[in-house]
Design a protein around this ligand. Sequence first.
Ligand SMILES: Cc1cc2nc3c(=O)[nH]c(=O)nc-3n(C[C@H](O)[C@H](O)[C@H](O)COP(=O)(O)OP(=O)(O)OC[C@H]3O[C@@H](n4cnc5c(N)ncnc54)[C@H](O)[C@@H]3O)c2cc1C
Length: 379
Amino acid sequence: MTLEVDVLIVGSGPAGLSTAMHLVGDHGFAAERVVVLEKARHPRPKLCGGGISGFARRALGRLNLPWPLPLPQTPVPTTHFTYQGDTVTLTNPNRVFTVFARPAFDAYLAEQARRRGVRLHEEEPLLRLSPAAGGWQAQTPRGRYQAKVVVAADGSRGTLRNWVISRRHHATARVLESITPSDGRLVRERVAFFDFTPVRQHLQGYLWTFPLYDGRSTACNQGVYDARVARRAAKAPLPSLLHAAFPHSQKPQGHPIHLFSPFQRLARPGLLLVGDAAGADPLFGEGIGPALAYGEVAAQTIAAAFRRRDFRLRDYRRRVLLSSLGRYLLLRWAVAWLGYRLAPHRLPMAMIWGFAHFLAFVANAITARRKSHAHSADQ
Ligand SMILES: Cc1cc2nc3c(=O)[nH]c(=O)nc-3n(C[C@H](O)[C@H](O)[C@H](O)COP(=O)(O)OP(=O)(O)OC[C@H]3O[C@@H](n4cnc5c(N)ncnc54)[C@H](O)[C@@H]3O)c2cc1C
C-alpha cells in the first residue's frame, strides 16, 4: 500500500522534529499529511555532549516550549577556555549554557511533537528513496510513501545528503566522547572546560569536559573535537590526546559531525537538508541549536513552495543564509576556517588568544554591570 503525504521527514532528532512542529504549528499543515520516519525508538542512544546554548534556547522558545524544560539538566554559568595553561573565564548567570542527557532531550521533543499531532513512525527506517512523478517515492519495511517534499533530517551518519552534496564536498569533523561516572563535583560546581592547547599538535578543535546529570546519576562528559577544516593538514591523534588529557576516562566512542559550509548546496527539487545533514557549526561542532533553527527555515521554505505549487526549493539556501541561523553559522565558519588554520603557529595563536581575553573581559563587564543595575533596581 502507498501512503500519500505532503512532507516526509526522515529522522526524528531535533532537526526533523523541529521541521514537523513548525509545519503543523506555524504553517497550518494537516498533521496527517506530515510523516516523520525514525529508525530507532525514543529515548534512543545518541552520542552528544547535550550542551544547549542561548541560540538553541531561543529556537526552543520559537517552538513554544517552556524554559527551563521539565527535564533533568545542569545549568553551567561558568565556562573556562584554556590554551597552554592560560585560562579565559566567561561567567554569566543569566545566559547559561545548559547540559541535558541527549536521549531524554530528544524523547521530550518527540513527545511534544506527538502532542501537536505530528505522525512519528518509530522503528521504521527509510530503506530506499527514488524520484517519482510529482515528488519522491520512499520504501520502508512497513510500506511505501509518496511525498511531494522529502526532508533529510537523518543526521551526520545519514545518506540522504548524498542526493544533494557530492561526497567529495562533505566536510566532516571527527569527534570522540567518553562518559565517566563521577562524584558529581562538576554538576555541583556547574562549570564546563574547553581546552585548545592541542591545536599545537594539529588538533583543529578542543578537548571538553561537561557535567552530566540524567536524573539518576552524575558523570563527566569528556571528549575531543577535530573540525578538519584544513583537510590537507596532518591529522591529530585523537585517542592519545584524549587519553593524555583524561587518563581515567572510560573507553571513548567516535562519531562524525557533518559541517556547514556557505558554498554547499542545501536542496534539490523536492528534497532539502536540515540539521547535521545540512551542516553543524564548524567552530565548536554545536549542532542542536542549528538543527532546531534549520527546521524553522525549512518549514517556511516548504510552506512557500506549497503556496506557489513550485517544489524546486531554489530559495532554501538563500533563506538559510539570510536568517539568524545563517549569520550564526557564517560567523562560526569564518572563525573556524581562519582560526584553525592559523592556530598551529605561535604568533597568530597568541593574537587570537589575546582577542579571546578581550572579548571575555567585555562580556564579563557587561554581565557585572547588568547585575549591579538589577541589584540596585531591586532595592
Ligand atoms: C560526541 C558529540 C558531542 C556533541 N555535543 C554537542 C553539544 O554539546 N551541543 C550541541 O549543540 N551539539 C553537539 N553535538 C552535535 C549534535 O549532536 C548534532 O548536531 C545534532 O544531534 C544534530 O541533530 P539532527 O536532528 O540533525 O540529527 P540526529 O540528532 O543525529 O538525528 C538523526 C535521526 O535520524 C535517524 N535516522 C537516520 N537514518 C535514518 C533512516 N534511514 N530512516 C529513519 N531514521 C533515520 C536517527 O536514528 C536519528 O534519530 C555533538 C555531536 C557529537 C558527535
